[in-house]
Write a protein that binds this ligand. Structure first.
Ligand code: SF4
Length: 373
């Protein structure tokens, strides 16, 4: 548990401020960014705080039922996770966690002034060949925590880290544990919003279980074509699943809304990472979002793709000789088609398609270096 102990010492210096004076913390200033009135909230109470005790008990019981016949993601393994594991290789009693810490690498409206209370879960139900967190997602490095232990960490993030939200990163395969942890934290006094930070490879059953517990959905819509998702994400039905999931998320929480300090409290923040040579798919995604989800959807078109994980790795393969019989060994670069950064032209093309489709709420800095809300 060395890592978790280190995290405690990381959070502790902030904690000492909370009981005396907050003068060492950055002042919470109001950003004069002109939030459109329809997305401005006077105040906000997290959805989990409004659940009745009967609804909370039903969710607890449903979480255990799902674990004993797991259909919580589109892999639909149907296994009893108390006895064995499915495709994600994670059991029932605990979730594997790699890092828990206040995080300042998110969108300004999510990370705010004090950071987003991020919990990076290990393991994943996708196998993206370009995964930028592959040591966590593919190798499942981390510590096993029960839902109650997770809840205690949420409380530390809130009370000592003063974070703006609890940000559950890659939680699709541990939704029951997450549900139980939120309900436990609610009983311990949690009062900040829950962010569900997902690849969108979620099942509708899973999203139904989360309804009433999550305030902000942060779905990624990665690729549009099934041949691309089969090759690069190792899932044939990714786009179809993402379409269903994102619609269901939007039906639950609507468009992204903020309190007057510019911090997001409720709604959907959609991410799309533009991939090299895949700008046509990005354009298709933007059109679909505008026509089928909402033209008022808050969208972050991301440009930070870089080759990682399996991309660009060399391997030796056998190939038939051009003339005559026999084979020869040659070196090949894996996934060579995405072994480069994204060009400005590709990024611009996706942004242009988004505007043409009628989307207008983008996570990007304006001419005064202030972020649009
Ligand atoms: S979460 Fe998905 S991958 Fe894991 S056991 Fe359940 S259905 Fe299978």
């Amino acid at each position: 548990m060395a890592l978790l102990k280190n995290l405690t010492s990381y959070i502790r210096p902030l904690a000492s401020c909370s009981t005396t004076t907050p003068r060492f913390l950055p002042l919470t200033i109001r950003r004069g960014l002109g939030i459109p009135p329809q997305y401005l909230l006077d105040d906000y109470t997290p959805r989990y705080a409004l659940l009745t005790s009967t609804d909370a008990a039903k969710k607890r019981s449903l979480a255990y039922t799902h674990l004993s016949n797991c259909n919580l993601c589109p892999r639909k393994c149907g296994v009893n996770r108390f006895e064995t594991t499915g495709h994600c290789l994670i059991g029932a009693e605990t979730a594997k966690v790699n890092v828990i810490a206040p995080h300042r690498g998110e969108e300004p409206c999510i990370q705010g002034f004090h950071g987003s209370g991020s919990v990076f879960f290990s393991g994943c139900n996708l196998r993206c060949v370009f995964c930028q967190n592959h040591d966590i997602a593919h190798k499942r490095n981390g510590f096993d925590l029960t839902p109650e232990e997770l809840a205690e960490w949420y409380m530390k993030l809130q009370d000592m880290g003063h974070v703006h939200n609890i940000n559950l990163v890659t939680p699709e395969h541990v939704v029951p544990q997450v549900v139980l942890s939120i309900l436990a934290a609610r009983d311990m006094g949690l009062r900040i919003p829950i962010v569900y930070n997902t690849s969108s490879f979620d099942s509708l059953e899973s999203l139904e279980l989360l309804d009433g517990l999550v305030d902000i959905y942060l779905p990624d819509f990665k690729v549009w074509k099934s041949e691309t998702s089969k090759r690069l994400l190792k899932a044939d039905d990714y786009a179809e699943t993402a379409r269903e999931s994102i619609k269901a998320m939007h039906e639950q929480v609507g468009d992204l809304s903020f309190t007057s300090d510019g911090i997001a409290k409720k709604g959907v923040l959609l991410r799309h990472l533009v991939m090299p040579g895949k700008e046509d798919e990005g354009r298709e995604i933007m059109r679909w979002l505008a026509e089928n989800v909402s033209k008022d959807l808050y969208v972050h078109i991301m440009e930070q793709y870089r080759p990682d994980a399996h991309v660009g790795k060399k391997r030796r393969v056998s190939r038939k000789r051009g003339t005559g019989d026999g084979e020869e060994e040659v070196e090949e670069v894996r996934y060579a088609e995405i072994n480069r950064a994204v060009k400005d032209k590709e990024l611009g093309s996706v942004k242009e398609a988004a505007v043409e489709a009628g989307l207008w709420r983008f996570c990007e800095a304006n001419e005064k270096s202030l972020f649009h809300l």
